[in-house]
Design a protein around this ligand. Structure first.
Ligand SMILES: Cc1cc2nc3c(=O)[nH]c(=O)nc-3n(C[C@H](O)[C@H](O)[C@H](O)COP(=O)(O)O)c2cc1C
Length: 179
């Protein structure tokens, strides 16, 4: 039987992301588990207002969304543990600047370079609504039709209630073509 545990944030697991931005002329990284999809061409990242990264996103209007795989997890966890206002995190990942100027993690399996269109502010959060400008994918993670194949790498999932990282599992069916 289901039990009503009240109004709880329960939309998990979510993909774990490193958000990159240029802040005061330097690259900064932040770890985020709270993101969303808006239509087929926009995404949202929800960042607490006090974070240092937000300052750069507001200044420049661009950010990168780097999907975290298991190889990057240690560094990703680190950028979620300390603020760029206290410690320079620019060297945690090797990176280059993308076509619109967002920092792109060289080894990330998939990265979306985004232009911020809007900030839907709530009490304590900047919720950046972003248009996807470019998507960079390691070539070995593409299938023969040029589509991203999520079974070729190991995106890490995140859940908030117990604050853990989860591994993705197996393919269990094709959408709309279940046997
Ligand atoms: C697993 C994990 C998930 C996180 N998810 C978010 C998130 O979705 N939104 C957010 O604002 N902060 C999130 N954080 C916290 C920031 O990553 C962290 O406070 C970071 O140090 C802020 O960096 P900055 O001040 O350099 O921007 C998360 C941290 C961890 C460890």
């Amino acid at each position: 039987m289901q039990k009503n545990i009240g109004s709880k944030l329960a939309l998990y697991p979510m993909p774990l992301l490193v958000i990159g931005a240029q802040v005061e002329g330097k690259t900064n990284w932040l770890l985020a588990g709270h993101s969303g999809i808006i239509g087929h061409d926009r995404v949202m990242v929800s960042l607490a207002k006090q974070h240092y990264t937000n300052k750069g996103i507001k200044e420049k209007g661009i950010l990168s969304i780097n999907i975290v795989d298991e190889d990057m997890l240690k560094q990703a966890d680190f950028v979620g543990s300390v603020s760029g206002s206290k410690q320079d995190k620019s060297n945690v990942f090797e990176f280059h600047l993308g076509e619109v100027g967002a920092p792109i993690i060289n080894k990330a399996p998939v990265v979306m370079e985004c232009i911020v269109e809007e900030n839907h502010e709530t009490d304590k959060f900047d919720n950046f609504i972003c248009k996807i400008a470019n998507t960079y994918v390691q070539e070995e993670n593409l299938d023969e039709n040029g589509k991203i194949d999520y079974t070729k790498f190991s995106p890490v999932l995140f859940e908030f209630p117990k604050y853990t990282y989860l591994r993705t599992g197996d393919t269990i069916g094709n959408c709309l073509r279940l046997d």
